[in-house]
Design a protein around this ligand. Structure first.
Ligand SMILES: [Zn+2]
Length: 256
């Protein structure tokens, strides 16, 4: 297969060339089999995704960059391609054995799917729906610091959608569980593929209705109301959380 494109990943990073574009198909040859954790060949688009093992160095003239920063610097079409290849590589790396009978899986000859040679079970790539929500109380924004955060960053509230729930029910439940607050006027804002490893983030705004902040201490280190002119460190550029926060501040400023 003559490759038109390749995307090379390591953990949450993408390999880029000096100009900031994804390292080209010719760079793939710089890696030996032992460097590669998984490889997905998208035959229809002559495009490959390579997930490198942790610690694999960048070849000369290239460097690793956070994929979220790559998203910030490129357009939606390119980001969708990169997110798709990252998601497929992570899925392949994590899906080696048949969940029904335990045999090693093989790539299906036609479909973008894995097939069990013993029992015939087919496994398709998964997407995990998540919600992310920014809650406002007048001009104040509810921002939270995760227990895993080490950089002092405050972000929006996010969580997985449970089976049987609507997205709006997931928004209400996550806010109630993690902060003890009730919200109203939930508005869908947009969505973003977040392939770390396989999330689809559906983003919302919501307005505070009632309650006092009571954090769920297993998940949240701190949650507070912030005024737009006194914000804490925010999530990286390229993340939907940052876009939600900055767009909301623009809304507030424009209605003054
Ligand atoms: Zn099987």
């Amino acid at each position: 297969m003559a490759l038109k494109r390749a995307f090379i990943f390591r953990d949450r990073d993408i390999l880029v060339e000096g100009g900031g574009d994804a390292a080209g198909a010719e760079t793939v040859a710089s890696f030996v089999d032992a460097d590669i954790a998984s490889r997905f060949d998208d035959r229809a688009n002559a495009c490959s995704g390579i997930l490198l093992r942790p610690g694999t160095p960048a070849p000369e003239g290239t460097e690793f960059q956070p994929l979220s920063a790559y998203f910030f610097a490129h357009d939606e079409e390119e980001n969708a391609r990169a997110a798709r290849m990252k998601g497929l590589c992570s899925w392949l790396e994590a899906t080696r054995f048949c969940p029904s009978c335990g045999q090693p899986l093989q790539m299906h000859s036609v479909e973008n799917a894995l097939e069990c040679p013993a029992c015939g079970r087919l496994l398709f790539p998964r997407v995990e729906p998540c919600i992310i929500v920014l809650v406002s109380r007048g001009e104040e924004l509810l921002l939270l610091r995760n227990v895993k955060d080490t950089r002092g960053v405050y972000a929006c509230l996010a969580g997985f959608v449970e089976i049987g729930e609507t997205l709006e029910q997931a928004v209400r439940r996550e806010i109630r569980e993690e902060t003890g607050l009730e919200v109203e006027n939930i508005r869908y804002v947009g969505s973003q593929s977040w392939p770390f490893p396989d999330q689809l983030m559906a983003a919302f705004y919501a307005d505070y209705k009632s309650g006092e902040i009571r954090i769920q201490e297993s998940e949240i280190a701190d949650a507070r109301w912030f005024r737009p002119d006194a914000l804490p460190p925010l999530p990286r550029a390229g993340s939907i959380a940052r876009r939600l926060i900055l767009n909301r501040i623009t809304e507030i400023t424009n209605t003054k």
